[in-house]
Design a protein. Sequence first.
Length: 228
Amino acid sequence: MNHVLLIDDDVELVGMFAEYLEQEGFQVTVVHNGEDGVREALGGRHAIAVLDVMMPGMSGIEALRQIRAASRIPVLMLTARGDDADRILGLELGADDYVPKPCTPRELTARVRAILRRTHATQDNGPGVTLSVGKLTMIPEQRRATWDGKALDLTSTEFNLLEVLARNAGRPVSKNELSEQGLGRPLARFDRNIDVHLSSLRHKLGPLSDGRSCLQTIYRQGYQLIRD
């Protein structure tokens, strides 16, 4: 799937993004308000939604909230540069990544490609390969994960990051490795994206037999998925 949904009330800007994406081989649908954006995002026709935070009427944050209540479609947020509060809230509500505005069409397209590449990547190990770490089971080919037999409701980026940790279970994985392998981009300075996603994962994953979280922060080294 290469159908991109752009949700932004800035007609001129979103038109420029759409034109560039189409030149790069994407199919694009454009809507200019949150209500229509939610309806389109839940229609099942798009591979990814690009959602602006600042819109009149229904904000991008509320649109994201409604989308996440019913869909796991990858969502890339457009946020005001330096607006950490909206950025972190968007990640906590299930956004996969964000791009600060103003940004170039080339940067936006690179982020879209990175998310889709990780979401739809074909696993080198072949179909049906299962990753098992304690009570965690992942089938990357099917994008499915369970904890103690119960399905985990993960966003695309949460799944990607958890897969990286599962493949390296028992050893620390640096934030830079997680960003490169899980987000498809280098870790930016002061980027809290990884921390927010892993905080969400901690709440979704169950505890170890001794009550500890299976996802540990290793000082100055990164994060580690503990084998139980």
